[in-house]
Design a protein around this ligand. Sequence first.
Ligand SMILES: *[C@@H]1O[C@H](CO)[C@@H](O)[C@H](O)[C@H]1NC(C)=O
Ligand SMILES: *[C@@H]1O[C@H](CO)[C@@H](O)[C@H](O)[C@H]1NC(C)=O
Ligand SMILES: *[C@@H]1O[C@H](CO)[C@@H](O)[C@H](O)[C@H]1NC(C)=O
Ligand SMILES: CC(=O)N[C@H]1CO[C@H](CO)[C@@H](O)[C@@H]1O
Length: 464
Amino acid sequence: MGPVAIFLVCLLSLSRAKASSNIGVNYGQLGNNLPSAYRSIELLTTMNAGPVKLYDSNPEILSLLSTTKLQVSIMIQNHEISGIAANQSIADEWVRNNVLPHYHVTKIRYLLVGNEVLSYNSEQGHQMWHDLVPSMKNIKRSFKAQNIHGIKIGTPLAMDVLQSTFPPSSGMFRSDIIDTVIAPMLEFLDRTKSFFFIDAYPYFPWSQDPENISLDFALFRGTSTVRDPGSGLIYTNLLDQMLDSLVFAMSKLGYSNIQLVIAETGWPNSGDIEEHGANVFNAATYNRNLINRMTAKPPIGTPARPGVVIPTFIFSLFDENQKTGPGTERHWGLLHPNGTSIYEIDLTGKTPLTDFTSLPEPKNNVPYEGKVWCVATKDANQMELQATLNYACNQGDVNCDPLAPGRECYAPVSVADHASYVFSSYWAKFRSEGGTCYFNGLAEQTTKDPSELFHYRLFNTSSF
Ligand SMILES: *[C@@H]1O[C@H](CO)[C@@H](O)[C@H](O)[C@H]1NC(C)=O
Ligand SMILES: *[C@@H]1O[C@H](CO)[C@@H](O)[C@H](O)[C@H]1NC(C)=O
Ligand SMILES: *[C@@H]1O[C@H](CO)[C@@H](O)[C@H](O)[C@H]1NC(C)=O
Ligand SMILES: CC(=O)N[C@H]1CO[C@H](CO)[C@@H](O)[C@@H]1O
């Protein structure tokens, strides 16, 4: 018995020692049905997650993490940026309240200032752009004053900071931010040996141009390669192209050594009817291939930076039912809100792809051609439906006259049916401008024409 026990202990400590090379996970919490923080961290631990990325600096979560070996990335929220940039005391206070109590206890590895700040193109957004780098610098000064070391300061940005991404050698930052924000930010990241944190989702460019980008290329299982005529580099997948476009853009400004962290990536496991390619099969394929690639030893890197490690965080731990926007937004999770896996995944990258049980073949990889309507969900709250209905009709966004007594859509007389009429009309009018069929979870898409219901009942009800 003795030698066996010792052998087991050794294996255990070995796997612990290696834990930090595992893939990280974004712990988003925009759901009203998610497990407690305690349970969520338990789940992350059993999943062998690498570092955990938070969208705030929740003290309860940070205290809970102190009992684990998990490293963590914390975040200053967008609305806090301008205050921190304007006043060193506010920066000091933020660090004193949010970092210091956990320093030496919880393994805080990154402090991220804001989230996709340069994607907010509004007046308020422009103020944040202006304040972004000054706030990063103020936090750095606070760290120095409070003797805090070993926490890198960065800011996660989306791919829309680039105005050109293809071919990768043409990579260039947007002209409206290049001089005012990007150049000083790169100078800061370079000087502090921090990282460029990028949110990179091959799902988006692929879904916008499935004619020219093959799904297999986006899912890391392409059989053909793409040569960049500018650099001569050969690409086997879309993520590498996206990352290298950033590498080339930075090099053009004189920064060829700033390392990348993928702050978010992933693939939606479900979505609205017309969101092709969002399914469990593709999500599992993307994330499994990503993990095996990013944990490979020796590291693979990208064509422009072969052999370089790229720390990576998958988005996201759970499906989050309170995210707004199209259906895919609520389906980026590795886990259902009840904590069960949506598909098998091994964040250590040690499971060969062939060892996972096979998944049902996807049915929605090509764009849906038929008509789609937006109707009230079956379990929608009647009072909320009525309120939304009244609001939409009063705003004048939708012509609600046909719902009046005696008119063509009065029957069937139910809040759900009237709401379905309003949702469908609203959506038909605004979808081309990015309007979604969501209405705070009251609405969903259907391929069944709801007006059939109206006509059927109307025709068959003599009293109207
Ligand atoms: C900076 O913030 C501190 C504490 O919040 C406040 O007392 C001080 O007046 C502020 N200074 C300026 C110049 O706004
Ligand atoms: C595919 O690429 C061609 C050539 O660049 C372009 O003209 C076409 O619009 C692209 N297709 C789509 C769906 O964007
Ligand atoms: C967890 O939730 C999923 C999705 O709603 C469901 O399919 C599954 O049966 C649930 N599992 C348990 C153990 O409750
Ligand atoms: C036009 C229409 O849908 N008519 C229907 C009215 O109801 C009868 C009986 O339920 C149906 O048979 C008709 O098809």
